[in-house]
Write a protein that binds this ligand. Sequence first.
Ligand code: AMP
Length: 404
Amino acid sequence: MSPTRVLVLNSGSSSVKYQLLDMRDSSRLAVGLVERIGEQTSRLKHTPAGGESRERGAAIADHDAALKAVAEELAKDGLGLDSPELAAIGHRVVHGGKFFTEPTVIDDAVLAEIERLIPVAPLHNPANLTGIRTAQALRPDLPQVAVFDTAFHTTMPESAARYAIDVKTADEHRIRRYGFHGTSHAYVSRATAELLGKDPSETNVIVLHLGNGASASAVRGGRCVDTSMGLTPLEGLVMGTRSGDMDPAVIFHLMRVGGMSADEIDTLLNKKSGLIGLCGDNDMREIRRRVDEGDEQAELAFDIYIHRLKKYIGAYYAVLGRVDAVAFTAGVGENAAPVRAAALAGLEELGLAVDGERNAVRGEEARLISPEGARVAVAVVPTDEELEIATQTYALVIGSGNHT
Ligand code: AMP
């Protein structure tokens, strides 16, 4: 019998998130997180399915030690990484550039290309590479698959993917709009079509992935035709700590008049802007609490957030021409009913509306929040990037007979 388990690894610069799934029923066998790798205060939290969480507090020096500790915890539950049941390891890789359009079995050439992309993803790709190399050392015989955040967006037409700057300069420095959160946009657009009982290839969806990072995408017949993030995740919507769209001349102004360095501006726009820059909070729960108490600063931050979101909904409506559904996902999209209501308020002429009662219902399942008989469906669709990575990894490995 073919092996049925897939380990999903999401390696950050000082953290590793992992899930072990059984692909027979897409169930989680274990989930966990290693944080603060390389510090004295490292922490591993491991939760087996149906069991109690276990924590380790000892220092974990590097990714190699982290993955070995994860393997030990899994082994305690009879889920060791040496098991013949393990079919593959699926890695989240943030930047796959223009050429990785699909999940890819990792070999030396793939590793070299991910490395070549470091200049456009200096924070993420080195950490992803470390995770891959560590996992390869642990199970050299096992297929390792890279699932790229950018892949779903490689179907964007040039008219959406190119910035209107000098073509030679853009090509020399690989400057174009790549988009991110692609695994989530792929999963949610497909799940939305399924919720409507329609074939994804015949369904047009605007996906609003609203987490601490946030992005919108326009998906026509299962293929992305536009998305709000660009060369980096900084472009587009107002986010928890990122500014999203602004006049690029703000940067020259801050350099020339404000005397700030490129790195300082990078930190300002990525870490100290968006909701946190506007009102000091980036958690939508806290912002809503403050709004309810009449806090004007929080209210203005909320209004700016909604204004930008509404502009993208209108833009992607125009890009698609016909919209079957608008889907809200991720931390804010799945939980913040006031955000969903405000984003679509006044758009009835476009066939868009939110039913107050349906919007107020909380739940884990994909659900409709538009009124009965609405021209355009509005849905809340919980995202599941790990399941999508596992599904793509498994399909590639088992489909190709490339398993051990
Ligand atoms: P994510 O990046 O998808 O994990 O989303 C994290 C963000 O979701 C947090 O920063 C909060 O702003 C938001 N969030 C999580 N739970 C809630 C909730 N119950 N109500 C409103 N916002 C929430």
